[in-house]
Write a protein that binds this ligand. Structure first.
Ligand code: ADP
Ligand code: MG
Length: 351
C-alpha cells in the first residue's frame, strides 16, 4: 500500500435481495474509490441504493440479501467480501464506523452516555476504569459537548437531538476508525444543528485524516461536505465528478433534475420543481437507461442500450456520466456506439 492508493475501493458491487415476490437488485455494478482525508458524497432520491451500498461495505447485508461474488470491496489493501463474520466484527467499529440518521438507533436508552463510550473503549482499545472514564470525557469534548465531565454521567434522553448525534460521532471515533460512513446523519436535525454537525465532521476529518463516505438525498448538504460526488439512481452511479465540477457542469439529466429541486435555487423563486415519477426497483441487470421514463432528453436508443459510466468528454477522466448524450464531443451515433461497446465488454448486453 502506498499513500496514493485508495483506502476503500469498490469494484462492480452488486447486492440483491430475494423476496417471495421478486429479486431486487438494490445495488447494480457500483464502482468508486475513497482516499484518506477525502469525503465522497453519495446523493440520490430515496430508494436509489445508497444505504444498501453502505451496508454492503459494512458486511451488514442480511438474508434474504447477498453481495454477489463478482463484487470486490478492498479496504486498506484487504478484500472484505471474503471475510468471515467474526473477522468483519473486528473491522466494523475498529476500522470502519458508521453514523446513522437517527442517533437513538445507535444509543442504548438504559445506559449512561459514559457507560456506552466506556464499553466501546473496553472492547476495542482495552481501556477500563479511570483511563476509560477520562477517555470518554475527552471524546465528548472532542465532539463539542460542553461540560463533558458532568454530561458523561447522563442518559441519552437528557441530551438534545444535536447532542445525541455528537455522542454517536464520539462513539464512532472511540475506536479510531479510518473510514466513517455517514448515512443521512443530519436529515433528522434542524438546519442550524445540521450546520454545526457538518462543521464538526469537517474538523474531525482534518485532525484525523479520516476518509468519509457521506450519504444524503440533499444536494445542498452534498455541496458543503464533498470533495467528490457520486450520484446514484436505481442502484447505479449515473454521474461522478469533483464537487465543483458537478455543480458547475452537471451532465446527467437526473443530476440536473436534483439540482433544480434545491429549494431557493429555482429562477424567480417559483414553484419548487421536482422530477416527476418514481425511482424504479431493478429486478436484474440493466438492459436500458433506468431514468428514461422520467428523462426530458430521452431518445429512442435510451431504451436499447444500458448507458455506462463514461467520460463526459473524451479528454476528461474525472467527470463521468452514464448517459448516451456523453461524451458530448462525439456525435450522438458515436456516443451510443461507445456505450454499447462498453456494455458488451462488461457483459451487460450481448453483441
Ligand atoms: P436509499 O438508501 O438510497 O434510500 P436503499 O439502499 O435503502 O435506498 O434501498 C434500495 C432498494 O433496495 C430499495 O428498492 C429497497 O426497497 C430495497 N431494499 C433494501 N433493503 C431491502 C431488504 N431487506 N429486502 C428487500 N429489499 C430491500
Ligand atoms: Mg437510505
Amino acid at each position: 500500500m502506498s499513500a496514493a492508493d485508495p483506502l476503500l475501493s469498490i469494484e462492480e458491487l452488486v447486492t440483491e435481495f430475494y423476496t417471495e415476490k421478486e429479486t431486487v437488485r438494490a445495488v447494480d455494478g457500483v464502482n468508486f474509490d475513497i482516499h484518506r482525508g477525502e469525503t465522497l458524497g453519495i446523493v440520490g432520491e430515496s430508494g436509489s441504493g445508497k444505504s444498501v451500498t453502505a451496508r454492503s461495505i459494512m458486511g451488514l447485508v442480511e438474508s434474504p440479501g447477498s453481495v454477489l461474488s463478482e463484487s470486490s470491496i478492498t479496504f486498506d489493501g484487504e478484500e472484505l467480501t471474503e471475510k468471515s463474520e467474526s473477522e468483519y466484527q473486528n473491522i466494523r467499529g475498529a476500522k470502519i464506523a458508521m453514523v446513522f440518521q437517527d442517533p437513538l438507533t445507535s444509543l442504548n436508552p438504559v445506559y449512561t452516555v459514559g457507560n456506552q463510550l466506556k464499553e466501546t473503549l473496553r472492547l476495542h482499545r482495552g481501556l477500563t476504569g479511570k483511563a476509560a472514564t477520562e477517555k470518554a470525557i475527552e471524546l465528548l469534548e472532542d465532539v463539542g459537548i460542553p461540560d463533558a465531565a458532568r454530561r458523561v454521567k447522563e442518559y441519552p434522553h437528557q441530551f438534545s437531538g444535536g447532542m445525541r448525534q455528537r455522542t454517536v460521532i464520539a462513539l464512532a471515533l472511540a475506536c479510531s476508525p479510518e473510514l466513517l460512513i455517514c448515512d443521512e446523519p443530519t436529515t433528522a436535525l434542524d438546519v442550524t444543528i445540521q450546520a454545526q454537525i457538518l462543521e464538526l465532521l469537517d474538523e474531525i476529518q482534518e485532525e484525523r485524516d479520516l476518509a468519509i463516505m457521506f450519504i444524503t438525498h440533499d444536494m445542498g448538504v452534498i455541496a458543503e461536505v464533498s470533495d467528490r460526488v457520486a450520484v446514484m439512481y436505481a442502484g447505479e452511479i449515473v454521474e461522478s465528478a469533483p464537487v465543483i465540477d458537478l455543480y458547475e457542469n452537471p451532465a446527467h439529466p437526473y443530476t440536473n433534475g436534483l439540482l433544480d429541486s434545491i429549494p431557493g435555487e429555482e429562477p424567480g423563486g417559483g414553484e419548487l420543481s421536482t422530477i416527476e415519477g418514481e425511482v424504479p426497483i431493478p429486478n436484474g441487470p440493466a438492459t436500458h437507461c433506468r431514468f428514461e421514463p422520467r428523462c426530458p432528453k430521452a431518445f429512442e436508443e435510451c431504451l436499447e442500450v444500458p448507458p455506462q459510466l463514461l467520460a463526459t468528454e473524451e479528454q476528461t477522466d474525472d467527470h463521468r456520466a452514464a448517459c448516451l448524450l456523453y461524451p458530448d464531443d462525439m456525435s450522438r451515433e458515436e456516443a451510443v456506439q461507445e456505450h454499447r461497446a462498453a456494455a458488451v465488454r462488461t457483459g451487460g448486453i450481448d453483441e
